[in-house]
Design a protein around this ligand. Structure first.
Ligand SMILES: C[S@@+](CC[C@H](N)C(=O)[O-])C[C@H]1O[C@@H](n2cnc3c(N)ncnc32)[C@H](O)[C@@H]1O
Length: 204
């Protein structure tokens, strides 16, 4: 439902091409977070990495706005959150190879067949990440749903630009490379002792 209270939500500029360098000031390496939700990871990561930059894309206007305001209130000029559908925003972003890390924590809370079109982590999404992530850069995906984990892993396995960097041929990594920064869902799963499937891919 449309909530006019968040009509002022931070939005990306219009146009066919958005230069990522203009969105978050500074020269540090850039982390892109898709669907930050309540934003705990972004806030913690920005605190830990003052020399890097963070850009979050969150489809829900309220969540994107609240996170951006919290980042600003902390004085974090190196981190921003925008109210955008990642599927629509990524194809407009560039230049190619300008993102060092991508994180996608617990995406796709949709289960009904008619909601399939809402899924974030589709083949086109993986192709856009292949274009945007710099060689040697990484993509972390984590979920608490095993069937989704298998599906995501298969999508990345089918993309020649990415290689899994789980140790010794394992399918999953035990820990997030960005710990101790945690997303809200991740922290909750850890607290409740629930399994988390984590996968980490490197851009060749
Ligand atoms: C299950 S929540 C997980 C939130 C957070 N990452 C966490 O781990 O606590 C999924 C988040 O992705 C957001 N989302 C869903 N589709 C999206 C899209 N197309 N673009 C950006 N964000 C999206 C949702 O609004 C929600 O905040």
């Amino acid at each position: 439902m449309h909530n006019p209270k968040y009509d002022h939500a931070p939005r990306l500029p219009e146009g066919a091409f958005i230069d990522l360098a203009t969105l978050v000031p500074g020269a540090g390496p850039l982390l892109l977070e898709i669907g930050p939700g309540r934003g705990m990871f972004a806030l913690q990561w920005a605190e830990l990495h003052r020399d890097a930059r963070l850009l979050a894309l969150e489809i829900r206007r309220k969540l994107a706005t609240v996170l951006d305001e919290r980042l600003t209130a902390k004085g974090f000029t190196h981190a921003r959150s925008f109210a955008e559908d990642a599927g629509e925003a990524l194809p407009r972003m560039g230049p190619d190879g300008s993102v060092q890390w991508v994180v996608v924590h617990f995406p796709d809370p949709w289960w009904k067949k008619r909601h399939q079109k809402r899924l974030v982590l589709k083949d086109e999404f993986v192709s856009q990440l292949a274009r945007l992530v710099a060689p040697g850069g990484t993509v972390l995906v984590q979920t608490d749903v095993e069937s989704r984990a298998d599906e995501y892993r298969a999508r990345f396995a089918a993309a020649p630009e990415f290689e899994s960097i789980a140790p010794d041929g394992a399918l999953w990594v035990d820990e997030s490379p960005h710990a101790p920064a945690r997303s809200n869902r991740e922290a909750r799963a850890i607290e409740d002792g629930l399994p988390v499937w984590r996968m980490l891919f490197r851009r060749r």
